[in-house]
Design a protein around this ligand. Structure first.
Ligand code: NAG
Ligand code: NAG
Length: 227
């Protein structure tokens, strides 16, 4: 009874704040991870390994993106809060491993992270400052273990073709949440597993079922290329 009451008061306070227009400026986050094999075998991008060499054959972070329930998203929200590497110096070695840049020319990641922070991260700075923003993404990467969820279900990065429903089910089984899958095409035009979207609540603390998915369809069978 007591907890119910507290929950109700909490809800009322939240509604009151929403009515007053005191909001965080976004509704939820997409947490997006990418398969490096699909970045690199596509004609759309050219791929260059970081100076430290070929990244691990595992999903890596693309970004943590504040989004609106209506499907659109805020961007470049605060030009006065630029990326500052010295605020995240303790996270850099983890970032190099789990958030590598595959763009050309070869880069150790700073320009990628700076883009992600300035375009997306500044729009959630009322909730996550620079250090918490990057730290949250790194910890979600550890928590979600996409590759492990897939391989446990017999879905391996071997160039084979897999059912879209099986891929989603395996990730749901592993993470507890339904993902949205973005595909791209390899150089022969085959649709392949490119990015995995999961959602995080606006406080930046809990994974949630996505309130809305991005647009686009992959097809019912997609390739999972090697890397
Ligand atoms: C979506 O919602 C946001 C925040 O309420 C608003 O600023 C934006 O204009 C809306 N966009 C569309 C396409 O409706
Ligand atoms: C970057 O962050 C460091 C450590 O917090 C701070 O001392 C420095 O002034 C910041 N640099 C800029 C350009 O804001």
């Amino acid at each position: 009874m007591k907890f119910k009451c507290l929950a109700l008061i909490n809800l009322l306070v939240l509604q009151y704040l929403a009515i007053l227009g005191i909001s965080k400026g976004f509704d939820f986050f997409y947490f997006v991870q990418q398969w490096p094999g699909s970045y690199c075998d596509s004609d759309k991008f050219s791929c260059c390994y970081p100076p430290t060499g070929k990244p691990a054959a595992d999903f890596s972070i693309h970004g943590l993106w504040p989004n609106y329930i209506n499907g659109s998203y805020p961007q470049n929200c605060d030009p006065n809060n630029p990326f500052n590497e010295s605020e995240i110096s303790d996270l850099i070695s983890n970032m190099r491993m789990n958030w590598p840049s595959l763009a050309c020319p070869s880069s150790s990641g700073e320009s990628f992270w700076s883009h992600e922070w300035e375009k997306h991260g500044t729009c959630s700075e009322s909730v996550l400052d620079q250090h918490s923003y990057f730290e949250t993404a790194l910890s979600l990467r550890q928590q979600t273990k996409i590759l492990q969820s897939l391989t446990s279900a017999g879905i391996n990065p071997d160039g084979g073709s897999y059912g879209m429903e099986n891929i989603k089910d395996a990730i749901k089984e592993g993470t507890g949440y339904t993902p949205w899958i973005e595909c791209n095409e390899d150089s022969s035009g085959n649709s392949q597993l490119y990015q995995v979207y999961l959602c995080l609540d606006s406080s930046g603390s809990n994974l949630i079922e996505c309130p809305v998915f991005p647009q686009g369809e992959c097809g019912s069978e997609i390739e999972f290329p090697t890397f």
